[in-house]
Design a protein around this ligand. Structure first.
Ligand code: ATP
Length: 336
């Protein structure tokens, strides 16, 4: 079977973008008998972007409850928190020692920060931590520890997967003695999966606080957030351009027929108020039933914790033997 691995950073409340871009396709993949799935909460990664402990703690619970409410079956999937698997940080160090600094200088996440600083006339490294600079190595450790073949990602992550491949290839070459210690992972680009825009027009992102929450706050919060999607000032009866954020979000939940009708109706003059009402109804019809499960799970964190502890054990049972082999390969072998 094919190993698939995917993670979500615990940096805030899960949103429609996380659902459409990561959770929904991952759950579908996990239902196939030919995949072996590893879904994790990237809470070490969250520390790179977020220094608010209460937010990290809350997010870990919300994201776990979201995965489970959306249909993740913990019996089928290895479902765990990154920070419960100490092998991740140990591998992170072993990989750090074979990663060229020059390669990290070119990593998108780091470059984006230095570019912003430079544009503002600041020191390029202003506010940049070693966590941000070395982020692709931690990501490589997340991946390589489980030797997955496929890592489903958005386009923005292709470079980081390529870096993980490079690190794996270098490690195999230096220490594998002809053996493939690490599988070279492949980015699996979800062509048909849309990137949802946030309420400010940038990518919807937990750390931008521009999101439409998936379950939190109930249907009331969903309705309020949809009301805030920016539209133009055209009145009902006036033809609307269907190339807009509202339609992108609608399309992510609609069948092609529903989407075509929605766009045609907008061109024919459907008012923005009615369009938003239709969007709310469409989303609510799909996630409403899951929200009840989400709320029940949120009321029992101890049950979630128990599942995560079992998940961590499953993950460590796979990670530990690989890590032992890797330690020995670099010369960290016991003396007797
Ligand atoms: P952060 O702000 O911490 O980066 P995020 O909400 O942007 O958080 P991640 O946790 O980095 O999301 O990503 C989790 C998954 O959700 C990834 O697979 C990513 O591709 C997907 N995802 C995130 N935002 C969107 C979006 N706006 N549209 C579609 N998919 C998204």
């Amino acid at each position: 079977s094919t190993r698939v691995l995917t993670g979500i950073t615990t940096s805030g409340t899960p949103h429609l973008g996380n659902y459409v871009g990561a959770i929904r396709p991952a759950i579908v993949a996990s239902q196939s008998n030919t995949t072996d799935c590893f879904f994790f909460m990237a809470d070490y990664h969250a520390l790179i972007k977020c220094d608010d402990p209460a937010r990290i703690e809350r997010s870990r619970l919300e994201i776990a409850a979201t995965w489970l409410a959306a249909g993740l079956d913990p019996e089928r999937v290895t479902f765990y928190r990154q920070s419960d698997v100490p092998e991740v940080t140990e591998l992170n160090w072993l990989l750090t020692c074979v990663t060229a600094k020059g390669q990290m200088n070119r990593a998108h996440a780091y470059k984006a920060s230095t570019d912003i600083n430079e544009a503002a006339g600041e020191d390029p490294d202003h506010g940049v931590t070693m966590g941000l600079f070395c982020y692709p190595i931690l990501m490589a450790a997340d991946i390589l520890l489980f030797n997955p073949h496929k890592v489903p990602v958005g386009r923005d992550q292709i470079q980081h997967i390529e870096m993980a491949r490079d690190v794996a290839a270098r490690f195999n070459h230096m220490f594998g003695a002809g053996k493939e210690l690490f599988v070279l992972p492949e980015a699996h680009i979800e062509e048909h999966v849309a990137t949802l825009p946030g309420l400010d027009g940038r990518k919807m992102s937990k750390s931008y606080d521009n999101t439409i929450p998936l379950f939190e706050g109930g249907s009331k919060a969903l309705k309020e957030a949809i009301a805030r999607i920016v539209t133009n000032s055209l009145l009902p009866g006036e033809p609307k351009d269907p190339e807009c954020h509202l339609v992108t979000i609608y399309e992510a939940f609609a069948t092609p027929e529903q989407a075509a009708k929605f766009k045609a109706d907008l061109v024919a003059g459907l008012g923005w108020g009615d369009a938003k009402k239709q969007l709310l109804e469409l989303i609510e019809s799909q996630i409403g039933p899951m929200r009840e499960k989400y709320q029940a799970l949120m009321a029992h964190p101890e049950q979630i914790e128990e599942l995560l502890q079992i998940g961590a054990q499953k993950a460590r049972a796979i990670a530990a033997p690989l890590l032992k082999e890797v330690r020995e390969a670099v010369g960290l072998r016991r003396m007797n």
